[in-house]
Ligand binder design. Structure first.
Ligand SMILES: Nc1ncnc2c1ncn2[C@@H]1O[C@H](COP(=O)(O)OP(=O)(O)OP(=O)(O)O)[C@@H](O)[C@H]1O
Ligand SMILES: [Mg+2]
Length: 433
């Protein structure tokens, strides 16, 4: 059983065309053949009429009608004479007969002239069949030419009729994961409308569920921030107190745990907000200024660990985006570079314009990312196979979502210069003039 509707239609219609062609062809051949035989009888009759008035004395082929049709006129005389065949013919009545002449089946027309002399007009059955066959075959030519043409046209029409379906599938495949907008019914064939309606309803439901979930995450993160902030304050309040050294160690662990939890909540909230940001905020954002600000903010942390954080190049370039989101992009990337670069390393930031795009490039002298992890580090909570240091694993997910939302791209490339490893991250966004 063929699964494809297109295949079934094609085979079914091709079968019908071939069958119609075969039946039509057979009937046309038979009909034309019989017509040709009858036509040859009337030719014999015409020659008979002509010969009635002529006085041919010898048996000879009749020229002028059709030299190849091998029609002969036999003079039989007023009384039976000549060969056995001629004597036998003489005894026949006037008219058309099927006879065997010189061992060959033939069609014979007998006639008697007014003077009593008789003659026969004869033609071999073999040549008659040949002529009729030739003529009948010629009637088949148009049918034979039409069948393949019809098959081609059918294949073409079927192909075209199914195109909207394939176009729809392509459209769905080419969509971004987060694109849950409804499919347009306009222009689609009416048979697809119920199908499209169902898909659209499904998309709506998925969107509602996702919205609900994102809102829940955002609300939960937001709600948790207050109690966590209160707890942090309480632990900080313990600082000035005189506590035993063992308890002080525990207190430090508690404080760093609090910091991590707060960071996780902040990142979670930032990610959920990116997902929820449906109406795009579009403001002119000076990327160079944001980069300068972020680098300045992280300088202390970098110099604490002896990491040389600085710029290779800063060109004034702006993009149209949400300023808060853009700060979060630059911050997460520079923070990663500083965090994953060992003490004494270097982080170079560059902001410039390149063929209509604003480029943010960050290079570090850290360990880079294992090739099998590069694809996955933008997934939420993924921190690589050998996670180092603190982190929620959400930073790059936030970055990726913001960049996707503003039609940009991000690339990660491991640097392997001689003895130096590192990671180069390049972000490209449509630049404003
Ligand atoms: N510059 C870098 N050098 C080496 N590895 C990196 C670099 N940037 C990111 N990674 C790897 O990618 C992982 C994911 O990074 P991401 O920023 O998403 O999360 P995180 O830094 O672990 O946590 P968060 O940013 O939420 O605090 C990191 O855990 C780290 O293993
Ligand atoms: Mg990070």
């Amino acid at each position: 059983m063929i699964k494809s509707l297109r295949g079934r239609l094609l085979i079914g219609l091709t079968g019908i065309i071939v069958l119609t062609g075969a039946i039509g062809g057979t009937l046309a051949y038979k009909w034309a053949y019989n017509e040709a035989i009858e036509m040859q009888d009337s030719v014999l009759t015409q020659i008979g009429t002509f010969a009635t008035n002529a006085s041919t004395r010898q048996s000879q082929p009749v020229g002028g009608v059709d030299a190849e049709s091998e029609v002969v006129v036999l003079e039989l005389g007023p009384t039976p004479r000549g060969s056995a065949d001629e004597r036998r013919l003489w005894t026949l009545r006037d008219g058309l007969h099927n006879e065997v002449l010189q061992g060959r089946p033939s069609r014979v027309l007998l006639r008697t002239r007014s003077d009593g002399s008789r003659f026969a007009v004869a033609q071999g059955d073999e040549i008659r069949s040949e002529i009729a066959g030739d003529m009948a075959v010629r009637t088949l030519l148009p049918i034979a030419a039409l069948v393949p043409c019809l098959m081609l046209v059918t294949a073409f029409v079927i192909g075209r009729s199914f195109r909207p379906m394939f176009r729809l599938a392509e459209e769905l495949d080419a969509r971004k994961v987060e694109d849950l907008s409804v499919l347009s019914v306009a222009g689609a064939p009416s048979e697809l409308h119920p199908f499209l309606g169902s898909i659209n309803a499904l998309l709506e439901r998925i969107r509602a569920i996702m919205d609900q979930q994102q809102r829940f995450v955002a609300d939960a993160a937001h709600e948790l921030r207050t109690p966590i902030a209160a707890l942090s304050l309480q632990t900080e309040n313990l600082d000035p107190l005189d506590v035993p050294p063992a308890a002080r160690d525990r207190l430090e662990v508690l404080k760093s745990g609090m910091r991590r939890t707060r960071h996780l909540l902040d990142q979670l909230l930032a990610l959920a907000r990116q997902d929820l940001a449906s109406s795009e905020v579009k403001e002119t954002v000076h990327l160079d200024q944001i980069a300068k600000r972020v680098v300045a903010e992280l300088l202390a942390e970098a110099s604490e660990r002896n990491v040389d954080l600085g710029f290779t190049m800063v060109e004034p370039v702006s993009v149209s985006a949400d300023p808060v989101a853009m700060v979060s992009v630059v911050r997460n990337l520079v923070e990663n570079a500083v965090r994953y670069t060992p003490d004494g390393g270097r982080v170079d930031v560059g902001v410039y314009r390149e063929s209509g795009r604003a480029v943010l490039q960050i290079e570090d002298t850290g360990p880079g990312v294992a090739p099998q992890d590069i694809e996955r580090i933008v997934e939420p909570f993924y921190r690589g196979r050998r996670p180092t240091g603190d982190g929620s694993g959400l930073g790059l997910s936030i970055v990726k979502r913001v960049i996707d939302r503003y039609g940009g791209s991000i690339e990660f490339e491991n640097l392997t210069d001689a003895d130096q490893t590192g990671l180069r991250v390049v972000v490209r966004l449509p630049a404003l003039d």
